[in-house]
Design a protein around this ligand. Structure first.
Ligand code: TYD
Ligand code: MG
Length: 456
């Protein structure tokens, strides 16, 4: 007698990058992280979350030259910074994922947008807060809520049915971790639910032309399978960064199918919501008196925007046997590399020193041009010598101690001059089409040359 057996199979997900494997592995081949595999039961025969059909897609291949291109239809969200981040407003029918740690301001920003753009009919779906809580927050944020509908629901079929009926200009779903689809056999927040919720919203967005903002929590370590596994499904990924305790928040575009990535917008959390900081240089440069050692200013570029910010280092004798190295907002392996370069190529004995590095403003820096400021901050702390407050740096440091040129050095120098810097240190190999005005350019070839020029 045949018994009805519910077919399930086990699959393993990497909780770091979200890749799926049929067997357990100690190290994820895709992202290289160790011990990140999480086992999940998957009901076979359930709809494949990856199967997304885009309306208007042709069934047969066609010559690329015959594909008609129209400029995407965009909707302004009423915030100049968010619009810029998205490439000029949100594209109709796109799915935007807004990720960030709990408490950083995702709900605040996503509610603030429709309140300050009252002509947009918005459906705000909340699975985390009650309608009352949302109202209290809206009162705090000000603006008009005549056209903003609040819907407290977590069942995706009810949400999509309501969205089709209401046909809003914008839909916001807070958050992906609280929503669930009935046909998926696991709890809300699990990998399969998250993927299916996102896939359903993408299908809805594409077929209805309604732009959807989806909120997703991500922990500091990024270990909880969440927004990471959605990055390839959604059209745009915006990520909030910054210290929860600090007032400044950075919203970064890390994927954008309709615009440039690595764009960045800065906000300040105030008593009445998030305020746009149009000129980030002014917020990220020092908030203390001149004359402190261990700080250096880097002229960096994020996306297309040059700005200046402070690198802080503390070098002290190691209390315990092994020296500690810690970096906030900077890759600690790169810090170790720079310290090794300082030791081997310039003779600074840092092996027995604790080195702590911090990027001001809670920023995460990946621009290699920051190397030079990191080296200078470390040396400044080592010598207890304060770098003059009108000096900034832009250069990459190579393994042999050479200072390498960075992209768009002229734009960095111009921004530095604009916010009042008098000298910028760059690589000797930097080429300027036109000499930047109002700032002295100091060209250095390697670390010994830098030390001579700076600490003379
Ligand atoms: P929230 O937007 O709920 O964060 P998330 O949705 O990312 O979890 O809340 C952010 C924090 O900001 C919260 O601790 C309260 C604070 N806050 C303000 O300081 N001012 C405000 O106007 C609001 C609405 C929140
Ligand atoms: Mg929230």
């Amino acid at each position: 007698m045949a018994t009805a057996v519910k077919k399930t199979k086990s699959v393993w997900f990497c909780s770091h990058c979200g890749n799926e494997y049929s067997k357990w592995m100690g190290r994820c081949p895709a992202c290289g992280e160790w011990n990140t595999m999480v086992e999940r039961e998957v009901v076979t025969g359930s709809p494949k979350s990856g199967a997304i059909s885009v309306p208007g897609a042709s069934r047969k291949p066609m010559p690329l030259k015959d594909v008609s291109t129209t400029v995407e239809d965009r909707v302004s969200l009423g915030s100049a910074e968010v619009d810029r981040l998205l490439g000029g407003g949100i594209v109709k029918g796109s799915l935007v994922l807004m990720g960030g740690e709990p408490g950083i301001g995702k709900s605040t920003l996503s509610l603030q947008l429709p309140l300050h753009r009252p002509e947009l009919k918005t459906l705000y779906v909340t699975g985390e807060e009650s309608v009352k809580q949302v109202k209290m927050r809206a009162d705090r944020l000000g603006g008009s809520c005549d056209n903003c509908l609040i819907f407290s629901e977590t069942d995706m079929s009810a949400i999509l049915a309501e969205a089709e009926e209401v046909a809003p200009d914008l839909m916001i779903v807070d958050s992906v971790q609280t929503m669930y689809c009935q046909h998926v056999d696991s709890t809300a927040g699990s990998v399969s639910q998250i993927k299916e919720v996102a896939a359903q919203l993408l299908r809805f967005a594409k077929s209805s032309g309604i732009p959807v903002i989806l909120i997703g929590h991500i922990t500091k370590e990024g270990t909880i399978a969440g927004p990471k596994i959605l990055e390839h499904i959604v059209d745009v990924v915006l990520q909030f960064e910054g210290e929860n305790r600090g007032a400044y928040r950075v919203l970064r575009s890390i994927k954008n199918r309709f615009g440039s990535t690595s764009e960045l917008a800065v906000f300040e959390m105030t008593g009445t919501g998030l305020r746009e900081v149009a000129n980030p240089s002014e917020m990220l440069i020092p908030m203390h008196e001149a004359g402190l050692s261990g700080t250096a200013i880097s002229a960096m570029l994020d996306g297309n925007r040059p700005f200046l910010f402070e690198v802080q280092a503390l070098v002290s004798s190691a209390v315990y046997g092994t020296a500690q190295r810690s970096a906030t907002g900077f890759d600690v392996r790169r810090l170790n590399m720079l310290l090794a370069v300082l030791e081997r190529r310039a003779g600074f004995k840092l092996g027995q020193k604790d080195v702590f590095l911090n990027m001001a403003g809670g920023l995460r820096i990946t621009d290699p041009a920051c190397d030079l400021a990191v080296i200078c901050a470390v040396l400044s702390s080592t010598f207890d010598y304060a770098i003059p407050s009108d000096v900034c740096f832009a250069g990459e440091v190579g393994l042999s101690g050479e200072i390498r040129p960075v992209s768009q050095a002229a734009r960095r120098a111009v921004e530095a001059a604009r916010v009042g810097f008098k000298r910028i240190f760059v690589s000797s190999y930097t080429h300027f089409d036109q000499k930047p005005e109002g700032i002295e350019v100091v060209k250095v070839a390697d670390i010994p040359a830098l030390v001579r020029a700076l600490f003379k």
